[in-house]
Design a protein around this ligand. Structure first.
Ligand code: PLP
Length: 423
């Protein structure tokens, strides 16, 4: 990956001499050791959700077997242990992403909820009619719809940065869209439908030059390379744990501390207050003011274990492995008759969307499933991207740290069978 993108820039204190042994890594993922329709499973749907290593599963079981209780409330031993374990994850996330403080780490249900927290808590307080939000043509629906809801409610204006025919983000066009009306830039770091890596450091810098805040949707970025909050100087950054080899039900909203504390709560309830009377309620500072109610405790522990796991392997090692798979898969898929890759940006993460002449994407997915190969088919919650390329759907192979070149060969072979079926 390109240095300018700020993916793979910072090491997390990982031993750079670690060798990447994909077979040893695969052995950590119990689910991979199975057959589908009598064929070894090839899991290429990591962009939708990644599989979980034994270390994550064990950590979640372990807390439930030994230390589980509600957090922040109890004086008893289990509650204290559970609170300690839960809060330790906040510190882990802060260190992993080089946040200035763990107070900048808000736990949410996932990336979608994190964006919605910003739309509600930041958008409704700081934005008003006529203010502009800039997004790109390749956003996931979760970074479009919340802003449209805000537009319909308070009259903000949405501006969309175009992409070229290869799926490249057009930085010059982006710069031209910025003005003193721009109040927020909400941009994906990596496109889930195309794999394009957006030059996010530059995007943030230009937003700040215009006095705008920057939110980055990192749901497809954090699993592919290191991301440094302070180096990026980003205002908000969001991601989901389940694409990062952790469990569902938890994700992170990173926000600069003073910014989070300037925002009103998103939901009211227990845990987010310092005092309540019928006349008046005082709120906690961030992050707890955004975490009303009982949080996803077991899931937070699982996410912490996933970060430990990735740290031990080395995020840079994972990036290098995935780049190799991406290059190999791009070359092999390009040789498949009638196959067209949608999204050939100059800087890409390990995601390949493709279509085949005369074959519907759903048929591709269904036929290769019989060969044990799992890919995603459809519009990938990115309908404007499909519309941009004049297609209804693609098949998408998204690679993870446990995938191998031999699995790519299996995919290519299975696509040969698709071709034969339709010829
Ligand atoms: N943003 C991007 C780029 C995504 O790919 C996804 C999920 O596919 C999301 C946001 C939403 O993530 P979640 O459904 O985990 O909240």
């Amino acid at each position: 990956m390109n240095k300018d993108t700020n993916v793979v820039e910072i090491r997390h204190g990982v031993n750079s001499t670690t060798t990447f042994d994909v077979e040893r890594i695969r052995a950590d993922f119990p689910i991979l050791d199975q057959s589908v329709y009598g064929k070894p499973l090839v899991y290429f749907d990591n962009g939708a959700s990644a599989q979980k290593p034994r270390q994550v599963i064990d950590a979640m079981n372990d807390i439930m077997e030994t230390n589980y209780s509600n957090v922040h409330r109890g004086v008893h031993a289990l509650s204290q242990r559970s609170t300690e374990a839960y809060e330790a994850v906040r510190g882990k996330v802060a260190r992993f992403f080089n946040a200035a403080s763990e107070n900048e780490i808000v736990f949410c249900r996932g990336g979608t909820e994190a964006i919605n927290v910003v739309a509600y808590a930041y958008g409704r307080k700081f934005l008003s009619a006529g203010d502009e939000i800039v997004i790109s043509h390749m956003e996931h629906h979760s970074n479009i719809v919340p802003w449209q809801m805000l537009r319909d409610e308070i009259g903000i204006v949405l501006r969309v940065v175009p992409i070229d025919d290869d799926g490249n983000f057009l930085l010059d066009d982006y710069a031209k869209l910025l003005s003193d009306k721009t109040k927020l830039v909400a941009m994906t770091h990596v496109s889930n439908a195309l794999g394009t890596i957006v030059p996010i450091a530059e995007v943030i810098r230009l937003a700040h030059d215009h006095g705008a805040r920057a939110l980055v949707d990192g749901c497809q970025a954090v699993q592919h390379g290191a991301v440094d909050m302070q180096a990026l100087d980003v205002d908000f950054y969001v991601f989901s744990s389940h694409k990062l080899y952790g469990p569902t039900g938890i994700g992170v909203l990173y926000g600069k501390e003073e910014l989070l504390n300037s925002m009103p709560p998103f939901m009211g309830g227990g845990d987010m207050i310092t005092s309540v009377s019928f006349e008046k309620t005082e709120f906690q500072q961030a992050p707890l003011r955004f975490e009303a109610g009982t949080p996803s405790i077991v899931e937070a522990i699982g996410m912490g274990a996933a970060l430990d796991y990735l740290d031990a392997i080395g995020v840079d090692n994972i990036s290098a492995h995935e780049e190799g798979i991406l290059d190999y898969a791009t070359e092999r898929l390009s040789q498949v008759e009638g196959l067209k890759i949608i999204g050939q940006a100059s800087d890409k993460a390990a995601i390949i969307s493709f279509i085949m002449d005369g074959v519907h994407a759903h048929d591709i997915g269904t036929i290769i499933d019989r060969a044990g190969v799992a890919v995603r088919v459809g519009h990938h919650c990115a309908q404007p991207v499909m519309e941009r390329f004049g297609i209804a759907a693609t098949a998408r192979a998204s690679f993870g740290l446990y995938n191998t070149p031999a699995e790519v060969d299996t995919l290519v072979e299975a696509l040969g069978a698709v071709r034969e079926f339709f010829d």
